[in-house]
Design a protein around this ligand. Sequence first.
Ligand code: NDP
Length: 516
Amino acid sequence: MAPPAPVPPVNPSGSPHSPPPSHTATVAGVPVDTRHWIGGERLASASATAPATFTDHSPIDGAPLAEIARGGVAEARAAVVAARDAFPAWAATPPAERARLLHAVADGVEARAEDLAAVETADNGALLRSHRRGVMPRVAHNLRYFADRLLALAHDDFETRGHTNHVSWDPAGPAVLITPWNAPLMLASWKIAPALAAGNTVVLKPAEWTPLTASLFADIAHEAGLPAGVLNVVQGYGAEVGEPLVADPDVRRISFTGSVPTARRIAAASAAHLVPCSFELGGKSPLLVFADADLELAADLAVEQFDNAGQICLAATRILVEESVRDAFLGHFLDRVTKLTQGDPRDETTDIGPNIHPRHVERVDGFVRRALDAGAKAVTGGGRNTALGGNYYLPTLLTDVAQHSEIVQEEVFGPVLTLQTFPDGDEDEAVRLANGTRFGLAATLATGDRERAGRVSARFVAGTVWVNCFFVRDLSAPFGGSRDSGIGREGGDWSFDFYCDLKNTVTAPKGWARHG
Ligand code: NDP
């Protein structure tokens, strides 16, 4: 690892302890409204029993960024009612007009991409260069893609004994979208775009640790002409505003990205009204490296798993290497790790920034401590980067870990990888280890043998398989996880499948009134 540079303050002019009580916070030079966006209006929380705001901090230096409206039962209900009331007109809006408006929102995202990138980096600590070059363009692409896809949906007609069967994609109704903090606006737009394109109205609840770009997005959508109530954003804690949202009887779809325990709570709450849920959950994905692989490429793929400080659901955190190439692979891997720069995510040269929150780092460190106590060895990393402060965790690789151990079985969601080996030539054992967790989100494979690639890919339990690559994916492809990694698939027509109630209208050839 290159020596870290000190991290300058995120809000240099702000008071470290008490940001001014206002409905606007200035974050990275960008004004952000800190209230909910409900029914086309900005609303503060009005609770007699709980504090009406909570403080949002930057993971970069822990500085307070904003006092955010803290929603509860009343705000959840108000947002769902706004979405319910706006639904009939939005559902009846011609698809071409809905698509036009989504493209207009995408134009707004592109026009404000620099602001969105700067605020997102201040709020979630991911690299500014990634937000500028990858994430914000992808947010606009999500909107454009589903706008265009809507217009290309197949409205199939079938014929049965002279009767016509006509299939239509009817919007289901108000959709609640709940997102995590690791990729806030990217994941929000990935859900908002198909939900709105399909003709549903939306209530978005972003994660409490990263509320800011959702608020900017509401402004952008409003300025682009999205009618009041079509998109609503409520801020606050999952337990306070998320729970009443997912239990609301007027909600017709719930799309959730987050952890398995929260998904279980949402599934239980939504069961009361039999509301269909789409769950994109955690992972503990393998990276298999066979002896016939390009080991330089395999090492590149392994180091990529430290992106976003390891806070990527798809990350291949379990490296499984064929015994005879273990040392050669490890040499290439460590060579790359020494060249990584950890530090301020706003710096162009930084490769690894902070983790999201001191509480989360504590959790990450707990996994590593327990693994070390159980006999694991840290070949690199193994603790906090103390030169940078509490939120920065060293990129870590642990060896001497058992398949059944906690560190191999549980999602850490930090820059922590494990390395195991499988016997030379034992493809069965490689697949057994790869599939040997309760997750099934993704799997990555490095091999020079095309036949092996086909054979092994077919045996993975995973929603996405990458062969000699990582993270590349077309929006038309299905995305989701197997086992505890999720329920359902989104992407392409699968998104419309989820957000629509498909209807078949069968028309007889007879019974028509004669005119003229
Ligand atoms: P959580 O499950 O803790 O939170 C996700 C969202 O759910 C947050 O907005 C949270 O609110 C909200 N929430 C919490 N409790 C409830 C509740 N009872 N009812 C309704 N909503 C609730 O996950 P994290 O934020 O910690 O995100 C990390 C997880 O997300 C990891 O497991 C990761 O793998 C997964 N993930 C999966 C992806 C995929 O596509 N498969 C992609 C990205 C992440 P708040 O936190 O604001 O209180």
